[in-house]
Design a protein around this ligand. Structure first.
Ligand SMILES: [Zn+2]
Length: 590
């Protein structure tokens, strides 16, 4: 990373060129976790060349859907020193390991991680490297700040359970988990509200009559004590009896939240880190969006409002209007007001089909819904991202009751703010207060079975964002894109790992060379598809000086409506016509 002057400059951007603004977070260096690390290890922070890394992994199947049981695990190292526009760029990821398939590794993952941990230990101590700017050798050090993965992989990489009553990795003590028929529900978010909040007093709608404090996380001492108990657990050894955990076990302190002490704990700085494992916003959005759509559109097989969910209501003695109505020998399941009827479903699908987005903003989401709104298929993570943040809040208006529509719109707004490129600390603090209220509002509407652990996790997202910085450095989108590239490398289907390893090396060499060649057309100096320009002097009127060069646009023909929109735009955005507008307003209204 330091062999060319340009690359070396980029790797020191976070300290030399970054201009921090108060309360704003646009790079990881603005986050608390980074600052805290600097405070803990001032000698490491002193040299801006020392690398801060992210460890990203996910299992993937190189054969599309034909052989669905194959799973290989590449492990990437992401350098975070780079400026925001290069930080999560695919070509900067380094593949440190490629753990071969065909089975998912689970607890054996650690054995494969061992060589990487040894390398990281060496890097923490420091290795000799050449810096092109100074032209001298220096001691390069590197530290891993956190891991990026989806929720099941969090368990694989950290050794902490992500299932059962302790599925939430932030709620170690007194979690919000309650046993329902056939599943575990995470509800009672009023516990996150401050004492004396009006919504705290009136919580009969979830059938809980306790008013406990919010769940809490283990302190580092408690965590190390927990890990001490499992430090001798070795991979590949059969675990102790796999009996089901229940709440009585939990009270007697016999439940093991941590199954083993993973090799990452060998890193001397690991216990000092504020945020070791990221919650993946991408998958949380997808799961929430799918639950909402399936429940609102009543999709068979995916809906959360099942017979068991309605029976839970009777068990808990809540929401009488949704409980089964007995009529002689038969039972009737009353229609819930959060489910659309056939006519509304059709109108909803029609609306989704008509929504138009700018080029490259979203895929054609209407393809995933059939015309009757009875089937949803092939909804990708990015579709859910757009649906939850933009479409659902607008589409539900008019179809659902005001309280339901508002709660969904507020949830969409929270995610929209959370996913913005620059975060504001005040906004995050406000968001932290708002999320429990939104979840309580949703709890008032939907049955408890609707609230799985994914509906609960948003509560912790603002805290993580404050520690980490913007979401895009800790979510799975760039990692998934990289996995897709690796998937395309597979030529010899008998040896997918070999294909990927060879192609990866070739690709990395080419990428490395292309950084030296300015006069050759490479993907680093190619012009983007839609080039913007700014040339105010040539036009004299500033609104016409900005624009986009279309590379493949046909001749455009505007109708009357289009002309009206253009006139409106000029009148509202151009400084030169301000005096004219004022003159007209004065002559009309005076
Ligand atoms: Zn939690």
């Amino acid at each position: 990373m330091f062999v060319t002057k340009e690359a070396s400059e980029k790797a020191q951007w976070h300290k030399l060129k970054r201009q921090p603004r108060e309360k704003e977070m646009s790079h990881l260096a603005d986050g608390e976790a980074w600052k805290d690390f600097d405070k803990e290890y001032p000698d490491f922070a002193k040299d801006p060349r020392n690398l801060r890394l992210g460890l990203a992994t996910n299992g993937f199947n190189p054969f599309s859907e034909k052989n669905t049981r194959y799973s290989m695990w590449p492990v990437f190292v992401v350098p975070y020193n780079l400026p925001p526009w290069a930080c999560m760029e695919e070509s900067n990821f380094m593949m440190a390991l490629l753990i071969p398939g065909p089975t998912c590794l689970g607890k054996d993952f650690d054995v494969f991680l061992e060589p990487l941990v040894e390398d990281l230990l060496e890097l923490w101590a420091g290795v000799r490297a050449y810096d092109a700017i100074t032209g001298k050798m220096f001691k390069l050090r590197a530290a891993v700040l956190w891991c990026i993965h989806d929720y099941p992989a969090l368990s694989t990489l950290s050794g902490r359970t992500t299932k059962g009553y302790f599925a939430c990795t932030h709620c170690d003590k007194h979690p919000l988990s309650y046993s329902l028929r056939g599943k575990i529900g995470y509800f009672g978010h009023f516990r996150f509200l401050p004492k004396g909040h009006p919504l705290r007093r009136n919580n009969e709608f979830v059938g809980l009559h306790e008013s406990n404090d919010p769940p809490s996380e283990f302190s580092i001492q408690e965590l190390l004590a927990e890990l001490e108990k499992v430090k001798d657990v070795r991979p590949a050894k059969p675990q102790e009896s796999g009996t089901k955990r229940n709440r009585s076990e939990l009270k007697s302190g016999r439940v093991k939240i941590w199954s083993r002490m993973v090799s990452l704990w060998k890193l001397p700085y690991w216990h000092k880190l504020k945020l070791r494992h990221n919650l993946d916003v991408m998958h949380i959005e997808k799961n929430i969006c799918e639950s909402l759509i399936a429940t609102i559109l009543n999709i068979v097989g995916k809906i959360k409002d099942t017979v068991k969910a309605r029976l839970d209501l009777k068990d808990l003695g809540i929401k009488k209007e949704l409980q089964f109505r007995e009529d002689g020998d038969s039972c009737e399941m009353p229609h819930a007001r959060y489910t659309l009827n056939d006519k509304q479903k059709k109108a909803f699908c029609e609306f989704v089909g008509k929504v138009k987005f700018p080029d490259g903003f979203a895929s054609n989401i209407s393809r995933c819904l059939n015309a009757e709104g009875t089937k949803v298929q092939g909804l990708k993570t990015h579709d859910c991202h757009i649906l939850l943040q933009r479409i659902l809040p607008a589409a539900m208006r008019g179809f659902l009751d005001k309280d339901i529509y508002e709660a969904i719109a507020e949830l969409g707004k929270i995610f929209r703010e959370l996913c913005s490129r620059t975060l504001n600390r005040d906004v995050l603090a406000q968001m932290k207060k708002e999320i429990p209220i939104i979840l309580v509002k949703l709890e008032k509407i939907f049955p408890p079975a609707f609230f799985d652990v994914m509906m609960h996790l948003p509560v912790h997202l603002p805290d993580e964002a404050l520690l980490r910085g913007p979401v895009q450095y800790g979510w799975m989108y760039p990692i998934e894109r990289r996995l897709y590239t690796l998937k395309r490398y597979v030529r010899n289907r008998a040896w997918p790992e070999g294909s990927i390893a060879e192609a990866y090396i070739a690709d990395e060499c080419l990428t490395f060379f292309s950084r030296y060649m300015d006069d050759v057309d490479t993907r680093f100096n190619r012009e983007p598809r839609n080039m913007g320009f700014s040339n105010e002097e040539a036009y004299g009127v500033d609104v016409f000086g900005h624009g986009v060069n279309f590379t493949s646009a046909p001749e455009l023909v505007y109708d009357e409506n289009g002309f009206d929109q253009m006139v409106w735009f000029v009148l509202n955005n151009c400084s030169q016509v301000e005096t004219y507008v004022e003159y007209v307003l004065i002559t009309i209204f005076l």
